[in-house]
Design a binder for this molecule. Structure first.
Ligand code: ADP
Length: 268
């Protein structure tokens, strides 16, 4: 049973085109109170997916973009001075735990080590959040779910998830969509007609082929949407592709020339 909720507090409706059974798996994990880990490159639809599912499950969503300075206190809360008084202010994780919301920790490996300590009692069947500062131990309200994402492509030995943490999650793998999925996504997001989106997606896949050789990471669906959006509002194709799909990928002049050759191969 979920905590009663009015739809007004739920995450906003968001268009999401599934590439497999990820919606079914997520809903089953939620129904069974299991946390979910989304693995995949940046800009391939993970955040959109979580927003879509939070709306479908009628849950509020708290999203936290993790960074290397993010500590457990940023998630749990802290005492703040307000009008001469010290008051406790819940952080996003505590709010989600109390309200039975979904808490999405984007790029969780970036966060400081003390964050994982907080996640452990929440991700097993205890489902509690110990708040040391206030002495509280908050039981997660029905409907609460922890979702985390990370990008296994960033090969940073210091920043991988420890097995003891990752083995607490049901994990779903994400990747850039196949062309037959990416084309309708880009059409829908940008408003550009299908015949003009097709070569952009073809180009994106050629650029993705360079990952590991010249590029650290392939061009994201987000960037293809940017390029298509700029084209739809009148920017010449060549310029839009250059600013949205080439420049964001590299600073190296030789690599850039190589990428522009691929652009010519598609559009030339
Ligand atoms: P991530 O969280 O993986 O970095 P996002 O969820 O922000 O990526 O996705 C970037 C953009 O790509 C979204 O804003 C959306 O326009 C588009 N997108 C990617 N995949 C999908 C999909 N399956 N359905 C709808 N939009 C998608």
């Amino acid at each position: 049973m979920n905590a009663p909720l009015d739809m007004e507090k739920a995450a906003p409706a968001a268009f999401y085109l599934p590439h497999g059974d990820e919606c079914t798996v997520f809903a089953a994990a939620h129904a069974n109170r299991l946390p979910v880990l989304l693995k995949g490159p940046t800009g391939c639809g993970k955040t959109r997916f979580v927003t879509h599912m939070a709306n479908r499950l009628a849950r509020p969503l708290y999203t936290v973009a993790c960074h290397d300075d993010l500590s457990a206190a940023d998630l749990i809360g802290r005492y703040l001075l307000k009008g001469g008084e010290t008051v406790w202010v819940d952080g996003p994780l505590t709010r989600a735990v109390r309200e039975g919301a979904i808490c999405y920790l984007d790029e969780v490996v970036e966060a400081r080590k003390d964050v994982t300590v907080v996640l452990h009692p929440l991700t097993d069947d205890r489902r509690i959040l110990p708040v040391d500062r206030t002495g509280e131990e908050i039981a997660a309200a029905p409907g609460f779910m922890l979702v985390a994402s990370y990008n296994p492509g960033y090969q940073n030995i210091l920043k991988t998830l420890k097995p003891s943490t990752r083995q607490r999650f049901v994990a779903l793998e994400f990747d850039f969509p196949a062309p037959e999925h990416e084309v309708p996504v880009v059409v829908r997001e940008s408003g550009l007609e299908e015949a003009r989106v097709q070569p952009l997606v073809r180009l994106a896949n050629k650029l993705r082929g360079l990952k590991g050789q010249d590029l650290e990471e392939g061009v994201s669906t987000r960037l293809v949407v940017y390029a298509a959006t700029l084209i739809a509002t009148g920017m010449p194709v060549e310029r839009a592709v250059s600013v949205a799909m080439v420049e964001p990928l590299t600073d190296d002049a030789d690599v850039k020339r190589g990428l522009l050759d691929l652009v010519l191969a598609v559009y030339g």
